[in-house]
Design a protein around this ligand. Structure first.
Ligand SMILES: [Zn+2]
Length: 148
């Protein structure tokens, strides 16, 4: 019983201590407080993750999302970057299924593969554009986030 109350107390204390997070875009450190209330996660490509908090970086002001899995693994995501993929997520999942189903049908297989390639190109272009926008808006600040 005493042990249990220690665990509860420990969890409470941990939730009060701000987490130290580094911005994936500009490398600035932010102290994030998480109140334990889970936010609605509308990102289909991250549906296996829980959205713990969204906030803007205090230095470069990009919108970031802190996601976690039930085992405690966390990742900090540049939301505009993920949005480039989100638009095509459902379509890509569908195309990959079609591709797998048509391994014997060469014509359909390669046509689907080509469609996938086109979408991936489009995603890549929108990510590169996002990188250019970041650099234009933050002169003198180098973008640390990979664009691939
Ligand atoms: Zn930043």
């Amino acid at each position: 019983m005493i042990f249990l109350s220690y665990i509860i107390e420990f969890k409470l204390i941990m939730s009060l201590i701000p987490k130290i997070k580094r911005c994936p875009c500009c490398d600035a450190i932010s102290f994030i407080k998480i109140n334990g209330v889970q936010q609605e996660n509308s990102f289909e490509s991250l549906s296996e993750w829980n959205l713990k908090k969204t906030y803007s970086c205090r230095k470069c002001s990009v919108e970031l999302g802190l996601f976690s899995k039930n085992d405690g693994v966390e990742k900090l995501v540049w939301l505009d970057f993920i949005k480039c993929e989100e638009i095509f997520y459902k379509k890509l999942v569908k195309l990959h299924k079609i591709k797998e189903k048509n391994k014997e049908n060469e014509k359909k297989y390669y046509k689907t593969l080509d469609d996938i390639r086109k979408i991936n190109n489009e995603i890549h272009v929108s990510k590169v554009k996002l990188g250019i926008k970041f650099r234009l808006e933050h002169k003198g600040l180098s973008l640390r986030h990979s664009l691939s």
